[in-house]
Every structure is written in structure tokens, then in C-alpha cells.
Design a protein around this ligand. Sequence first.
Ligand code: ADP
Length: 314
Amino acid sequence: MNQSIAVIGSSNIDLIAQVAHFPQPGETIGNARYSQAYGGKGANQAVAAARAGGNVTFIASVGKDTFGQTMLTNFSKEGINTDYITQSGEEPSGTAIILVNEAGENCIAVAPGANALLSSELIDEARIAISGAEIILLQLEIPVETVAYVVGLANRLGKKVMLNPAPAQPLSDDLLKHLHYLVLNETEAALLVDHPVETTHQIEEAANKLLQKRVQTVIITLGARGAYVATRREQQMVSAYGIQPVDTTGAGDTFCGALATALSQQKKLNDAIAFANAAAALATTKLGAQPSAPTAAAIAALMKEQSFSSDEDF
Ligand code: ADP
């Protein structure tokens, strides 16, 4: 059964200028190449969940401007319910201004704009969507007080919350103990447990510390190494799918969105992790965040192809 997912988070427009070199203070570079992309972790995860076959409602705040309108049209095209996206005249839509040099390095200035207006009052207005959802998916690009409010509300309503604590910031024990799923990369895990998370031993130690804080399921994504999944009952390392990566931007967002979709379809945890792992691997084979999120059919095809070859190994 396909239950719904409420994604609550940020939506940005990425304004990208490719430059030969980064400008010095006061310098103007006249021959930059401009492009524009949809971004924001909330939006990326909502799109990834919808492409993977999820029934998604996105709860967000955008500006009453051209970017806000374009984003709404894009979400509708992706089949996402936009009834709870507020357009505010007080702040412009969230933007990320990104300079990319010839070495592929970037300098980024994020202006949260309307994302910062996603308040507990707006969450109350979306209460029906939250109470009707199977999974609530959150990140940290909206005010942390709003995240805490949603977690409290979801807990009272008996809903499962999945948090992707990105960008990394410290979180209270009270918030952690109400999470069903915490999905985080090595950098985010290192900040929460206060030690490096690189070796297998450090990964296990980090997962155990987070379980001790009463998170029910800890999933540490490990790039090309795959993911480490830990509950109080079992822990395991899940290898990544074998693909040729082109651009890993948005891999973590696709993992979260696809995982939420699989769980909303009542898949078992191990199967849901395999689905998310395959979706995220496919996301690394194309440029960009939202454009690279795969469809359910593409994910199923990769899972079939590679479980066939791994079956042959035994
Ligand atoms: P983030 O984008 O948040 O830094 P990761 O780099 O950990 O997240 O990647 C998220 C997931 O994307 C991984 O758990 C894995 O499933 C997939 N992934 C990332 N890089 C690769 C790769 N080179 N090959 C296969 N899968 C990958």
C-alpha cells in the first residue's frame, strides 16, 4: 500500500556561474557561464521521493516571486502535492549563489529567504497533511525550532519521523530520542558524536552512541562504501551498487527520498535500504541534484541487474 510522505523543508533556486577563477574582492569577471537549477534539500528529497514512486506532500515556504512560482510549477509537474507550500511576500524565495571554478571547486552563498519563514504556525496549518502521512521527512535548512516543533507534533500523533541532519549542527537529546530514522553522512555523524567517523570501528561506535540516545534506526551513508544500518537488534554494512559516478551532488538527498518512499510502501527495512542505495547510486551517474533522481523503474532495473550478478557470486 502506498501511504503518503510529508516532506517538510527548504526549496531554493541555485544560481550557478562557471568562472575561470574566483574573483578577488572588487574584481569583476565578465565571461562567466550562467545556469540555474532547482535545489534545497527539502525540495531535492521531495522530488526524489516522488520519482521513486512516493505519494508526496511538500510543506515549505517560498517567495511571492517568479522563482517561487517556477518552483511550484516544477513540484506539480513531479506529481507532488503543493497545497501546503506557502508563498510569502515578506522574503524572496531561497537562493544559493554558486561560483564554480575550472578545477570544479565551488564558493557558495546561501540566502534562505522565505525558507526562514517556515514557522510552527505554518506547520499547524499543514496538520492534516502531517496526521495523514506515514512518514515525516525533515532536514535542517529550515529553522531548527520548527524542526523540533514538527518532531514533537509527529510524536504526539504517533507518526514516524526521518531526519537528515544536514547541514550538520548539534541536536538536543530530546529531539534525537523522538526519531525513528536518522539518516546522515560521515561528516554529520562526526559532528553529532564528537569524534571522526571514518574507520569501521568509528562508524560502529558512532551508530551505537546515537542508538544510546534512543534514535530507533541509525543509517550512516558512506559514499562509494554504501551505508551502515543500525538498530538495537541488528547492525550491518550494506555495500554500494557498482556504478561509474559522474557527479555525487544530491546522492544523500536521493537516498533519503527513496528510503522514505520504500518505507511508506511498507517495505522491510533491509529492502528499503537496498532500494535507497540503488536510487542514490543512480543519482551519482548524472549531473545535478534534482535532475539526477531516478524513477522507480530505473531503481528496480539496477536492483535486478546487480542482485543477478551478486547471486552468481555464490
Ligand atoms: P552525501 O551526498 O550526503 O555526502 P554520501 O556521499 O554518503 O552522501 O552518499 C549517499 C549515498 O549515495 C551512499 O550511501 C550510496 O548509497 C550512494 N553513493 C554515493 N557515492 C556512490 C558511489 N561512488 N557509488 C555508488 N553509490 C554511491
